[in-house]
Design a protein around this ligand. Structure first.
Ligand code: SF4
Length: 251
C-alpha cells in the first residue's frame, strides 16, 4: 500500500460542511491548479499550479475522517473540487482508495479535461459520483469560453458512460453564449444518450467571483454579460425535462 505520508497534494483550501457540491453535508477539498481559463470562473485564485499549499495525503485523510459522523448522518461524503482535481490524479488515487476502503462517499467535481489513462481509470474505479461540467458542446465555442477545445471533456463523458459511473452534469448558463432554446435542445440530445447521467444541474451564470479577478489584476471579459433571467432558466429546464432529463436548479 502507498504511504500516504509521502504523497504531496497541492490544495487551495477546504471546507468542512459544504452543501452545494454533491449530496448531503460534504467535506470539500478545493484543489490547486487548472488548465482551463473559463471566462466566468469564480475561483481564478485556484488556476496557478504552483500556488496554494502542499499537504500530505495522510493529513487530508485525517481531516476528512474527523467529519465522518456528519457525513454518514446526512448521507454526504467528500468532494474533490477545484481548480481541476484531475490535474493531480496520480497523487489523489491512493487517497481515494483509502477513503473508499474506509467507506467514505467520494465525489469529484471536474471539467474532465484530462487523458483517459490508467490514473483516470483508477480514479473512476474509486468514485461514487462524478459532477462533470459540460461548458459548451461545440468545440470552437468551448475554446472561446475556456481556452481549450472540448475533445477531452467529451472523451471523459464517454468514459463515464462506459464505466457506468453515476454522473451529474453541470451546465453554467451564460447569456449569448449557451442560453438559447436551440442550444438547450442540442444539449439535451447529447445528454439523453447517456443512461448513467442522473441529472443536469442548471447553474445560472453569476458575477460573485469578479472581485477575485480584480484582486489578481486579470481582465474580466464578461463584465457586460447579464445574469440569465428566471424565465430563461425555467425554459431551458423545460426543454431538458421534455426530453426525459431530470434537472436541478434554483433561480
Ligand atoms: S474549470 Fe473551474 S476552476 Fe478551472 S477555469 Fe473553469 S470554472 Fe475555473
Amino acid at each position: 500500500m502507498d504511504n500516504l505520508d509521502d504523497i504531496n497534494i497541492r490544495i487551495h483550501s477546504y471546507e468542512s460542511a459544504g452543501t452545494v457540491d454533491g449530496p448531503g453535508i460534504r467535506f470539500v477539498v478545493f484543489m490547486q491548479g487548472c488548465p482551463l481559463r473559463c471566462k466566468y470562473c469564480h475561483n481564478p485564485d485556484t488556476w496557478e499550479f504552483n500556488a496554494g499549499k502542499v499537504v500530505s495525503a495522510k493529513t487530508l485523510l485525517n481531516e476528512v475522517l474527523k467529519y465522518t459522523a456528519f457525513m454518514k448522518f446526512s448521507k454526504g461524503g467528500v468532494t474533490f473540487s477545484g481548480g481541476e482535481p484531475l490535474v493531480q490524479k496520480k497523487a489523489l488515487l491512493p487517497l481515494l482508495k483509502e477513503l473508499k476502503r474506509q467507506g467514505v462517499h467520494i465525489a469529484i467535481d471536474t471539467a474532465g479535461t484530462t487523458n483517459i489513462d490508467d490514473d483516470t481509470l483508477g480514479i473512476l474505479n474509486n468514485v461514487d459520483l462524478v459532477m462533470l461540467d459540460v461548458k459548451h458542446i461545440v468545440p470552437y465555442e468551448h475554446k472561446l469560453l475556456t481556452g481549450l477545445s472540448n475533445d477531452k471533456n467529451m472523451d471523459f463523458l464517454e468514459a463515464l458512460s462506459q464505466k457506468n459511473i453515476r454522473t451529474w452534469v453541470r451546465w453554467v448558463v451564460v447569456p449569448d453564449i449557451n442560453n438559447s432554446i436551440e442550444y438547450a435542445n442540442s444539449f439535451a440530445s447529447l445528454i439523453k444518450k447517456y443512461s448513467n447521467i442522473e441529472l443536469v444541474e442548471i447553474l445560472p451564470y453569476h458575477k460573485n467571483g469578479i472581485y477575485k479577478w480584480d484582486a489578481l489584476n486579470i481582465p474580466y471579459q464578461l463584465k457586460d454579460t447579464p445574469e440569465p433571467s428566471k424565465d430563461n432558466i425555467e425554459e431551458i429546464a423545460k426543454v431538458l425535462e421534455k426530453q426525459g432529463i431530470k434537472t436541478l436548479y434554483s433561480c
